[in-house]
Design a protein around this ligand. Structure first.
Ligand code: G6P
Length: 611
């Protein structure tokens, strides 16, 4: 999604803005631009394409000024083009804006302004923001008044950065539904969509809350609520390093993040499953026996990879705790008139904590009395702030658009949560927990072992790089892992791939199988091995190439599949976290061979803050 940066201080803004934008590239974008106030006028440079195009433009047409806003755009209204790129500016060059999100009532405002003689240059919804603020500014000649008046009219979700030609000492930021952080410096202040853009300059940040407006000068930050009352906000000190958001020698963030998984899974587990003790420590999450007995329905709601992690959670809670769980993607859940009351527990899963549909699912559920537990990575994100309880997965910043380490940490969180519920409700004995705990502790080193042998996936990706169709198949938990494996291949290798329940393949999709098809079978669930082997035979007989991911010691599979990737042995329920790693590596090396933009795949965004 779009990235916003803004700077006000004593240093030259252009290089700070571009540096900040480069740290937001991971969010996904198709054009970029900056607006810089030179003391008298606002000058804008913007262009379609990568940030390097903007850098070239800035070198050819140097800008000077110590106040500015910058933007990476991910097109929603209007194709990616120079004209649609942000910043947008009012007709009299008075008000310049950058915007993330959607102004849902922009057509009405546009018609109104056009009737008054305003000329629109772009197809974006954003342009109305600049023109409407400008209209009010002309009426009152007060930048802040004009912004407040305009913001009252906007419907939708947005974060906005605004500068005014007449006010070279002021930068205004607005937040409703899309994330925005303010960086506090010494004699300089910043705004950004996400923390990595600020880390070269400051670690002191304020998170803007819903409907808040921040007025920045180089020496002050004033935050107001929607009624224009001054709000006091505590500073949040960012503890992680810029290196955590940099590649550290890896060719891609995705590869770095895949390789970080042993450490992250270890931390997620150790943090909640203390070595000395015979239970789970959910710290401040209030989910004891009494709370759980009051719950008669659990929903597991999320989007994308987080949804697939949620599916594993659903399976585990049902299997271990014998409580029915309804899993749903957030974009469907929110419009499905779900049955929610004060006996409902909603579990939302989100890496960014900002996904618009997931956030809305949370809000609807809370409004109807549900208790909300959020499994989140980004500290201080909207979902984390609005949920009743937060289970932080501690994966650190995930920069590659395709989620890897967050998925593993989310699945680890699901094991912990399922064990906690089962222990509280007496569905698991201390001895059973002890066995799972021992196996959980071994997962990080087993992931390490898989990663050490990543030459296997690399070679297989060379072997299969020309296939045109891929099916991921499996049964039970293996089917759920297949879904995430298939998504990775689609996201970064742009390869047509589908996940299918192995037994369902013959009800249609098998008609598509030919010698250009690769079938990847996940075969870790002991009781289902024979069944899936039969399905592998069926597709082989129809010309497909076959590759399996199986636990060490499964020799039968090697007799059937063309290639087998072995993972270390573990308990069946813990296999998903291991079985998914080869899928991640295979997708990565396929994408590498196919020459795609691995960390920033086309058309995708890391954090989807629009519906
Ligand atoms: C986007 C990202 C995916 C992610 C999904 C949900 O589609 O590209 O990687 O899984 O959003 O994001 P969340 O931040 O809520 O986990």
């Amino acid at each position: 999604m779009c990235g916003i940066v803004g700077y006000i201080g004593n240093n030259q803004a252009p290089s700070i803005l571009i540096d900040g934008l480069s740290k937001l590239e991971y969010r996904g974008y198709d054009s970029a631009g900056v607006a810089v106030h030179d003391g008298e006028n606002i000058n804008i440079l913007k262009t379609k394409g990568r940030l390097s195009n903007l850098v070239k433009l800035v070198i050819e047409n140097p800008l000077t000024g110590t106040l500015g806003i910058g933007h990476t755009r991910w097109a929603t209204h209007g194709v990616p083009s120079d004209v649609n790129a942000h910043p947008h500016i009012s007709n009299d060059n008075m008000i310049a804006v950058v915007h993330n999100g959607i102004i849902e009532n922009y057509v009405d405002i546009k018609n109104e302004l056009a009737a008054e003689g305003c000329v629109f240059l772009s197809d974006t919804d954003t342009e109305v923001i600049a023109h409407l603020i400008d209209k009010y500014y002309k009426e009152c000649l007060d930048f802040e008044d004009a912004v407040f008046k305009a913001v009252n009219r906007f419907e939708g979700a947005y974060a906005i950065g605004i500068i005014c030609k007449d006010c070279p000492d002021k930068l205004i930021a607005v937040r409703k539904g899309s994330p925005l952080v303010i960086g506090k410096g010494n004699g300089e202040n910043y705004i950004a969509s996400d923390i990595p853009a600020l880390l070269n300059y400051t670690r002191e940040v304020y998170f803007l809350e819903e409907d808040e407006v921040a007025v920045l000068t180089k020496d002050s930050v004033a935050i107001y609520d929607k009624n224009r009352n001054r709000v006091e906000r505590e500073i949040y000190h960012v503890t992680w390093d810029i290196e955590a958001a940099e590649k550290s020698g890896y060719a891609h963030f995705m590869l770095k993040e895949i390789n970080e998984q042993p450490k992250i899974v270890r931390e997620t587990i150790l943090n909640r499953v203390p070595e000395n003790g015979d239970g789970i420590d959910l710290e401040n999450i209030k989910l004891d026996r009494k709370d759980l007995e009051n719950i008669d329905r659990i929903y597991m709601v999320a989007c994308g990879t987080a949804y697939y992690a949620g599916l594993i959670g659903k399976h585990l809670i049902e299997k271990i705790c014998r409580i029915p769980v309804i899993s749903e993607v957030a974009s469907e859940f929110r419009y499905s008139d779900p049955i929610i009351d004060d006996r409902t527990l909603l579990i939302v899963v989100s890496q960014s904590g900002e996904t618009a549909d997931t956030l809305e699912a949370l809000r609807i559920s809370k409004k109807n009395g549900a208790r909300v537990l959020a499994i989140v990575n980004a500290v201080g994100s909207s979902i984390a702030r609005e949920a009743d309880d937060v289970f932080y997965i501690l994966a650190g910043p995930e920069i590659a658009v395709a989620s890897t380490k967050a998925y593993s940490a989310q699945v680890a969180a699901m094991y912990i949560l399922a064990c906690h519920i089962a222990l509280e409700l007496g569905k698991m004995t201390k001895d059973e927990f002890k066995e799972i705990k021992e196996q959980l502790y071994m997962l990080p080193s087993k992931i390490e072992l898989i990663l050490q042998k990543q030459d296997v996936e690399k070679k297989l990706a060379e072997k299969y790089m020309n296939v045109k169709n891929v099916f991921f198949i499996g049964r039970g938990l293996d089917y759920l892992v297949s879904k995430e494996g298939s998504l990775k291949l689609k996201e970064i290798a742009y390869l047509h791939s589908e996940a299918y329940a192995a037994g369902e393949l013959k009800h249609g999709p098998i008609a598509m199988i030919d010698e250009n098809t690769l079938v990847v079978a996940i075969v870790t669930q002991e009781e289902l091995i024979e069944k899936t082997i039969s399905n592998i035979k069926e597709v082989k007989a129809r010309g497909a190439k076959t590759m399996a991911v199986a636990m060490k010691g499964n020799t039968k599979i090697a007799e059937v599949a063309d290639d087998v990737i072995y993972i270390p042995r573990t308990m069946g329920i813990l296999a998903p976290i291991l079985a998914n790693i080869p899928d991640q590596l295979f997708a990565y090396y396929m994408a590498l061979n196919l020459g795609t933009d691995i960390d920033k795949p086309r058309n995708l965004a890391k954090s989807v803050t629009v519906e």
